[in-house]
Design a protein around this ligand. Structure first.
Ligand code: SAH
Length: 450
């Protein structure tokens, strides 16, 4: 940290550890060999004592004090004249957290929290602001106008462009705004955000930041309460979409809501289960926003197939058994009829089927009829990644019966293929349901048994 901050570092020690020896050779540090001498402190601005001996540390602290040096003794606030804070670096912005040496662990935890709140683009934003500071001042000599301009800079399109990794465009937007000199309006925007399958721990940092900054959250009915709890307290929440085919908000209504709030200058988060681009109509919403000139960004989420596979211990691909994995939706009769069943019935591929549980009979029938072996393994994961997760395993032929017996209900995801066999041994989250003696398939007739 000292080197990163630009300090010239001298290490006083009898021997150097290998890493420090390397740094010495690279001339990153200088070395005072031998036993401690108080003269070592003469040329220094800052002293850090980190020996194992408290009396020696105390002597160094006293020598430092006599010379009016700032001294930190590692893990010893009583001997220290300054504490080393936990630092969040978005240079030129630095956030330092100190507990005055009382609770460095707590300071470290807080640092992690704040680190996740400050997006990495903030550093670049401040660098631009720094470079244009004089010009901004000259343009807006009225303090209130200048404040409004900075609000625009921090919350508007310049920051959005930096977050989208478009620094040239960002700078151009700033230059244009300065040239036009019109009152800077903060335009509304929409972030299509994937909330993951349910476990709040599966949100991305970027999703968390979007939730923190949202004025309005349009969320699917399936989004769990603990995830919504992470959002800004005063954000307006609107539940849209449907649950198991029950209440249904027409897509056109969702579009209209997005537009209405974005045009009112709000930051809208459209929060969707899993990933917005996997069976989530994210594509349609994006197209709509683009046509209406609304600024947007897309934050991916962990889709149900990935989460359910992970939380049931089923690898989706396998060197020996599955060279590909297919995400399939089997939601309504319509999409059923357009599926290429013989293609889906092929071996050596894993099917991850997003589905309504009412479709299981038909699904099983079609797959077997088109040639998928009836003893292909499945794992059916209900409420994947949520505390009430249940994983049902078995063979394809028994799927509808088993699912009915255990009353599996939505949301559930079906993983079908050789890899599903691993669930019995590797499953680690929630309850595992199944038929223990499954490996010795029950013969259906005496002839089979013979
Ligand atoms: N965009 C979402 C999918 C929406 S379609 C995604 O990427 O995950 C809805 C279907 O997803 C449900 O019918 C169910 O099959 C599946 N699904 C969503 N969340 C699930 C969960 N927690 N457990 C199991 N399946 C889930």
């Amino acid at each position: 940290m000292l080197l990163k901050a630009g300090a010239r570092v001298t290490v006083g020690a009898q021997v150097l550890a290998p890493e420090l020896r390397e740094w010495l050779q690279l001339e990153r540090i200088a070395w005072r060999a031998g036993t401690y001498q108080s003269e070592w402190l003469d040329g220094a601005w800052l002293v850090i004592a980190a020996t194992r001996s408290r009396p020696l540390n105390a002597r160094i602290a006293a020598d430092g004090q006599a010379r009016q040096r700032l001294v930190n003794v590692v893990d010893d606030p009583a001997l220290s004249s300054f504490q080393i804070p936990a630092v969040i670096d978005r240079s030129p912005l630095l956030v330092a957290i100190s507990s005055g040496g009382a609770a460095p662990m707590l300071a470290r935890r807080l640092r992690e929290r704040i680190e996740s709140l400050l997006d990495p683009a903030l550093g670049s934003l401040l660098q631009i602001a720094q470079r244009y500071r004089a010009r901004i001042r000259a343009r807006y000599d009225d303090l209130a106008a200048r404040r409004r301009f900075y609000d625009w800079l921090h919350d508007g399109p310049v920051h959005a462009s930096l977050r989208a990794a478009q620094p040239v465009q960002a700078e151009q937007q700033l230059v244009n705004a300065l040239a036009n000199r019109k009152e800077a309006q903060i335009p509304g925007s929409v972030a299509l955000v994937g909330a993951g399958p349910g476990d709040p721990g599966l949100l991305t940092l970027r999703a968390l930041r979007a939730l923190n900054e949202a004025d309005v959250i349009l969320h699917d009915a399936l989004i769990s309460e603990p995830i919504l709890d992470l959002a800004r307290r005063d954000a307006k929440r609107i539940a849209v979409g449907k649950r198991g085919g029950a209440m249904h908000t027409p897509q056109a209504t969702i579009h209209a809501l997005l537009l209405e709030h974005a045009r009112a200058g709000k930051r809208v988060v459209r929060l969707k289960g899993g990933d917005p681009f996997v069976f989530g109509r994210g594509g349609e919403e994006l197209e709509f926003l683009r046509e209406h000139g609304v600024a947007y960004e897309v934050v991916p989420g962990i889709t149900a197939a990935l989460a359910c596979a992970a939380y049931s211990g089923v690898p989706l691909t396998h060197r020996d058994h599955a060279q590909s994995v297919r995400l399939v939706t089997a939601h309504c009769q319509q999409s059923f009829n357009t599926l290429d069943w013989s293609d889906l019935a092929r071996e050596r591929q894993t099917l991850a089927i997003y589905m309504g549980v009412s479709q299981l009979d038909e699904l099983t029938l079609q797959l077997i009829a088109h040639g998928r072996a009836a003893d292909t393994q499945f794992a059916l994961i209900e409420n994947g990644s949520l505390p009430q997760q249940r994983t049902l395993t078995g063979t394809l032929r028994a799927l509808p019966t088993l699912a009915a017996r255990h009353a599996i209900s939505a949301p559930a995801l079906l993983i079908l293929g050789e890899v599903a066999e691993q669930a019995d041994a590797s499953h680690w989250y929630g309850e595992l349901l199944g038929e223990p003696p499954r490996r010795f398939a029950v013969p259906r007739t005496l002839a089979d048994a013979a």
